[in-house]
Design a protein around this ligand. Structure first.
Ligand code: BTN
Length: 334
């Protein structure tokens, strides 16, 4: 059920260029005029600038820069994603909040977002730096009805969504470094951490964690990652509106997810490969007991990396270390 407050924002937002009278608001919201006035005061406290003119009514002048459930939902014309949003100014990790929400019965498509994370988690037990208001730190709760072994496809789908959004909205050429690092100009700007709860071979829920460095400058990154990490601002030269970027991602995510559920993985795979870093080029693969140069062909249906083996046949790789960059600037996928 939409709250009165959300409905009020929606009404004001729809009529941004004209005044809407207190009487009309009270009728549409089915609350008293003094209740409307109290909600207005609360919105102002949350950073909305509202103009009230006697005999005319109210209109929103500007929306807050601060993220909240309301500001994120305003204008988000999706069917199921972000219909429920949990926003925290500060939390340990949105992944943890998402797991708890899932256990408590939160619906498919719930979005958990924080301004700051104190223990942001990356893949392989790495730390994910999540400075306050500098980036997008969010988790999406999904309850997909797909076979357990196809779950890596969701991570690849998410990587494709991010790359497509950056390409369209920022006019840059992003690449996805298998399995799911988003690179611009060979620097990592975003990463994805997918966690899942399953029972036997049935998925109970999946939490897709998305970390995007948006408005950091070089000095904002800790020394140990400053060489290989970057932000959208550093790569485009402009500060970006977090709200807009989040909404664009959620809209594309919903669209691609629905299409994937209907049509299967083939089109996601094709799009992913269009963004694939080093596809068709040689990469160096290190496993426990050997090291070899091999051609990176693409990805398989189960999300594995496809390379050409010594006999010229296709081979799937799930683990091992991949050397993506020339020595001196080495990054590992695993
Ligand atoms: C990686 O590239 O290693 C994955 C990084 C994922 C970071 C995001 S930020 C939101 C969500 N909460 C976390 O603690 N991690 C993910």
């Amino acid at each position: 059920m939409q709250s009165t407050r959300n409905k009020l924002i929606e009404l004001l937002a729809k009529n941004q260029h004209e005044y809407i009278s207190g009487q009309e608001l009270s009728e549409q919201l089915q609350v008293s005029r003094s209740a409307v006035w109290k909600h207005m005061k609360q919105l102002e406290k949350d950073g909305y600038r509202i103009e009230g003119v006697s005999n005319k009514g109210y209109r929103i002048l500007t929306f807050p820069q601060k993220i909240s459930e309301n500001t994120l939902q305003w204008g988000l014309d999706t069917k199921w994603i972000g219909k429920s949003i949990i926003h925290r100014q500060i939390t340990s990790s949105t992944q943890d909040v998402a797991h708890q929400a899932a256990i408590d019965g939160a619906p498919h498509g719930t979005v958990i977002i924080a301004d700051e994370q104190t223990s942001g988690k990356g893949r392989m037990q790495r730390q994910w730096f999540s400075a306050a208001n500098k980036g997008i730190w969010m988790s999406i709760l999904l309850r997909p009805q797909i076979p357990l072994q196809t779950s890596p496809q969701l991570t690849l789908l998410c990587g494709t969504v991010l790359a497509a959004t950056f390409e369209k909205e920022l006019n840059v050429r992003p690449f996805i470094k298998w399995p799911n690092d988003i690179l611009i100009n060979e620097k990592k700007v975003a990463g994805i951490l997918t966690e899942m709860q399953a029972e036997q071979d049935r998925i109970q829920y999946v939490v897709v964690g998305i970390g995007i460095n948006v408005n950091q400058e070089k000095k904002d990154f800790p020394e140990e990652i400053a060489q290989k990490a970057s932000s959208l601002k550093m790569e485009t030269g402009t500060s970006l509106d977090l709200h807009k970027m989040i909404q664009e991602i959620l809209k594309r995510f919903e669209k691609m997810y629905d299409q994937y559920m209907q049509a299967g993985f083939a089109f996601v795979k094709a799009l992913w490969e269009g963004f694939g870093f080093k596809i068709g080029k040689d990469i160096i693969v290190r496993t426990m007991n050997n090291e070899r140069k091999t051609a990176f062909l693409g990805i398989a249906e189960d999300g594995a990396l496809l390379v050409k083996n010594d006999q010229g046949e296709k081979e799937k790789l799930y683990a091992g270390e991949i050397e993506w960059f020339k020595k001196g600037g080495v990054m590992h996928a695993w």
